[in-house]
Design a protein around this ligand. Structure first.
Ligand code: HSE
Length: 446
């Protein structure tokens, strides 16, 4: 059956409007145009791109073959899409919070379904968007906002929905994973690895902060936690530390202890509260997440019936991201009835749990210090740890340098973050301690 016979035989034509014809928007445009017959045969619905809006539309649309553009209406004004009663699904690919929020909420209020890749929008303004969608009997789908092409949001809302998810651990930022992989495998310094990532277009040249300081991963974790634990977590509630302080020395010592260092996004359901944190962590070399290298992403979770599940693949790029966006469009199309619109999944946040502050969370820690190599040093450090309820699991003196200084690595048991922070503050005041070079959490992921 081809698209015309689907329409003739009573199959629906679904009109979509794309706002934003940049890198991702162009990928969506190409995917729909090249797969439209296949999608029509698969779903019985013909997906037609009716309108595309972009502030630079003339320049951007010029890049496409005439055959791709024949019946599409191009314009610079997103409201040409939002106000068109024939547009059924709005695909928002502008990014950022404003003006994307206005485009999305106005589309929902007009009874249009929305598909977006916008993690900032969902992680900051999700609640009001879901409320508007419910009030107008439609839905907002956002698979591409986390992990690019890897399926995790739809599966958590559908095939995994029967489970209580207790923990979710993601490598959800490809740029930082790329940097850490190059540091680990090729001994590149952080600065050099960042430069390579910038040259390859992974990290932004002018301001790589969104990736290296953990903001991108924190948005994605807020979204994952809200779905996994059925309780809204917003970006500002996620504790975050980036990877700027990780050195080759940390990577080497972690390796000697059987670990690799990854930037993890970790959410856990603690019963009465939710923990949500993004930070570098030592993870066992033999854990499956240790094998997620370069710009790849993975999300790993524990469900009480399913057990362990992992989704792995390309976390960015036009084709993988378009795959998730069009997957969401197909999901809406399959359930589409113009005369009786309904949410596809609806909002799944029906509990309201507080997010625990980092001080109250418990972690195991790695701490690397440079100390004077003389009698009594260890005793002084151990006394401070002991008086703050920080129990030491192991300690290794890594090397003694000329001039009488030594490197010491401590691994603690699981302790309260506030007790560890206070210990480090006090240790820094000891005259026998030259520097605390780094303090990194250890996740055994058992
Ligand atoms: N900047 C992101 C990353 C991709 O490095 O993974 C877009 O979310």
């Amino acid at each position: 059956m081809n698209e015309n016979s689907i329409i003739k035989s009573g199959g629906d034509q679904i009109n979509i409007g794309i706002i934003g014809l940049g890198y991702i928007g162009s990928g969506v445009f190409k995917l729909i145009e090249s797969q439209k017959e296949y999608i029509a045969r698969k779903t019985g619905k013909f997906i037609r791109i009716k309108r595309v809006a972009d502030k630079d539309i003339m320049e951007r649309a010029a890049k496409f073959e005439p055959s791709f553009k024949s019946e599409i209406i191009f314009s610079t004004d997103p409201y040409d899409i939002i106000n068109d009663p024939d547009v059924d699904i709005v695909v928002e690919l502008v990014g950022g919070i404003e003006p994307a929020y206005d485009y999305v909420i106005d589309s929902l209020k007009k009874g249009k379904y929305v598909v977006t890749a916008n993690k900032d929008l969902i992680a900051n303004r999700g609640e009001s968007l879901f409320t508007a969608a419910a009030e107008h009997g439609v839905d907002i789908l956002f698979e591409a906002s986390v992990g690019g092409g890897i399926p995790i949001i739809g599966p958590m809302k559908s095939s995994l929905a029967a489970n209580n998810i207790s923990k979710i651990v993601g490598i959800v930022n490809g740029t930082t994973n790329y940097i850490l992989t190059r540091m680990q495998k090729e001994n590149l310094s952080f600065e050099n690895a960042l430069k390579v990532a910038q040259d390859l277009g992974y990290a932004e040249k002018v301001n790589p902060a969104a990736d290296v300081e953990g903001n991108d991963a924190a948005c994605k974790l807020a979204i994952l936690c809200s779905i996994a634990f059925n309780s809204r977590v917003v970006f500002g509630e996620v504790y975050k530390e980036g990877i700027k302080k990780i050195t080759l020395e940390d990577i080497k010592y972690a390796g000697d202890l059987g670990y690799v260092i990854k930037l993890l996004a970790i959410g856990s359901d603690e019963g009465g509260s939710v923990c949500a944190r993004v930070h570098p962590a030592l993870i066992p070399k033999d854990h499956i997440l240790a094998s997620i290298n370069y710009a790849n992403n993975a999300v790993y979770l524990y469900g009480n019936f399913v057990g362990e599940v992992m989704s792995y693949g390309q976390g960015a790029g036009d084709r993988p991201t378009a795959s998730s966006i069009v997957g969401d469009i197909i999901q809406i199309a399959r359930n589409f009835n113009r005369d009786n619109k309904k949410p596809v999944f609806g909002c799944t946040c029906f509990i309201n749990k507080p997010v625990k502050p980092i001080d109250e969370m418990e972690n195991k820690f790695y701490a690397l210090m440079e100390v004077k190599d003389k009698p009594g040093v260890l005793a002084k450090i151990a006394t401070i740890f002991g008086s703050n309820d920080v129990s030491i699991e192991s300690m290794i003196q890594k090397q003694t340098k000329e001039g009488g200084s030594a490197r010491i690595v401590f691994i603690t048991h699981r302790v309260l973050n506030k007790d560890m922070f206070k210990s480090i503050e006090e240790i820094l005041k000891l005259d026998v301690v030259n520097q605390v070079l780094n303090v990194i959490r250890v996740e055994d992921l058992k």
